[in-house]
Ligand binder design. Structure first.
Ligand code: FCB
Length: 437
């Protein structure tokens, strides 16, 4: 069962989220090559070496897709623009077809009464910039600022909210330390640089958009609750290190202009020169804080090199991703974020949802969303200023290294015929959000 719209504060917004590379079809419309194309074409990186070349073909089917979103009684559509679709070489000449596409898409949302919630970067770095070192190169902040300006001069007048970068932890740590996402590095020095430059790019983009008068700017961070595996002080310390790297680095940078000491213990020696001088720009005020939340991790100490942490299998029920279902973590993060970081700014849950193989009857997804909405209600009752919840995702889509196998959609996509079929969870959400309900 899902709580009805009326059980949330007046004006609470419900939305759904997607991203460009995961749904659009990157082969269409003159988009440039991205580091995800390169990563996927390298054996062993992505299940069945799948890419986003066709994905859901949203590039051609966007009108039908927006109709489905609006028909679900949703208020907000969180989408992203692809840097390489706007600027195929990452800088230089824009692709007019790409700008036209986002222009039409934003108009399409406004026409249907949906608030366009834009993300400027959801991971598809133009290959031409990867050639120059990508997130390891400090110049990326300037390239990103220029891309921001090109795109926002075109659509900045109609978007409702904008976040520069989706999930900086994934850009920094997952992609440069764990090697699980493009560019697939496992290198602490690259990691330290990427973790700093991604926030520098955030800061530059905010500065550009403030200059253009674009309203309602925020940041979107992903958080994973870290529980110690057992009661030993070593396990507690390991969980605290994991928490510092994952959950406190980016919020700390953006809201306090400071990185956590526990993370600097390992990353400090590898940071770019004079990084401290960037912290004022990185922590320029934002208007809201977005949290993406899916799961928790059980963390044990590990004898290996810093950060000396290992993930341990926990006992809770899991999703198709193998992620434990732990709604309490969302409640606690909402309270902690408000108390320690956002300090009263509006908080949005910008992603939450589950992968499941069930094609059409997916009671487990409705249940997952219901449990997390209940966690949101508990946080609100304790004073958290939560103003919206967006479900990941509207459509089954390209789940990065896991290809098309992991299905997160409220709407089923047949990747042969590209037919869209709303799942039972879509219908449950539509009923719960009915405005007269
Ligand atoms: C988030 C990403 C999104 C999707 C979901 C499952 O980390 O933002 O693109 O992969 O996880």
């Amino acid at each position: 069962m899902l709580p009805a719209r009326a059980q949330f504060p007046q004006g609470f917004l419900f939305g759904t989220a997607t991203s460009a590379y995961q749904i659009e079809g990157h082969a269409f419309g003159g988009a440039g090559r991205t580091h995800w194309d390169d990563f996927a074409e390298t054996p062993g990186n992505v299940v069945r070496a799948e890419t986003g070349a066709r994905a859901c073909d949203h590039y051609h089917r966007w009108a039908e897709d927006l109709d489905l979103i609006a028909a679900a009684n949703l208020d907000v559509y969180r989408f992203s623009a692809s840097w390489a679709r706007v600027l195929p070489q990452g800088r230089g000449a824009p692709n007019p077809e790409g700008l036209d596409f986002y222009d039409r898409l934003v108009d399409g949302m406004v026409d249907r009464g949906l608030k366009p919630a834009l993300t400027l970067y959801h991971w598809e770095l133009p290959s031409a910039l990867a050639d120059l070192g990508g997130w390891r190169n400090r110049d990326i902040a300037g390239w990103f600022a220029d891309y921001t300006e090109v795109l926002m001069r075109r659509i900045g007048d109609r978007v409702w909210s904008t976040a520069p970068i989706n999930e900086p932890w994934c850009v920094g740590w997952l992609s440069h330390f764990l090697g699980i996402h493009a560019p697939g590095l496992r290198d602490i020095r690259a990691t330290a640089r990427a973790m700093h430059h991604v926030l520098l790019a955030h800061g530059r983009a905010i500065e550009v958009m403030r200059g253009l008068g674009v309203p309602n700017l925020g940041a979107v961070c992903n958080l994973e609750w870290a529980d110690p595996d057992g009661a030993s002080p070593e396990a507690a310390a390991a969980a605290a290190r994991y928490d510092a790297i994952y959950n406190r680095w980016f919020l700390g940078g953006i809201f306090h202009g400071e990185y956590p000491a526990l993370a600097l213990q390992g990353l400090g020696p590898h940071m770019p020169a004079n990084w401290q001088d960037d912290m004022a720009l990185i922590s320029a005020p934002v208007d809201w804080c977005g949290l993406n939340y899916y799961t928790r991790k059980l963390i044990a100490p590990d004898p290996g090199p810093w950060p000396h942490t290992a993930e341990v299998e926990g006992p809770l029920p899991r999703t198709q991703m193998g992620w434990e279902i732990f709604p309490e973590g969302l409640e606690w993060f909402l309270l902690r974020t408000q108390a320690e970081y956002s300090r009263g700014l509006p908080i949005f849950i910008t992603e939450n949802g589950m992968a499941s193989p069930s094609p059409f009857q997916d009671p487990e997804r409705t249940d997952y969303i219901g449990q997390h909405l209940a966690a949101v209600q508990r946080a609100i009752a304790q004073g958290a200023n939560v103003q919206g919840y967006y479900c990941w995702s509207m459509f089954d889509n390209y789940e990065w290294s896991l290809g098309y196998e992991k299905r997160f959609g409220l709407v089923h996509v047949d990747f042969d015929s590209l037919k869209r079929t709303p799942k039972a969870s879509y219908h449950a959400l539509t009923r719960a959000l009915a405005r007269n309900g």
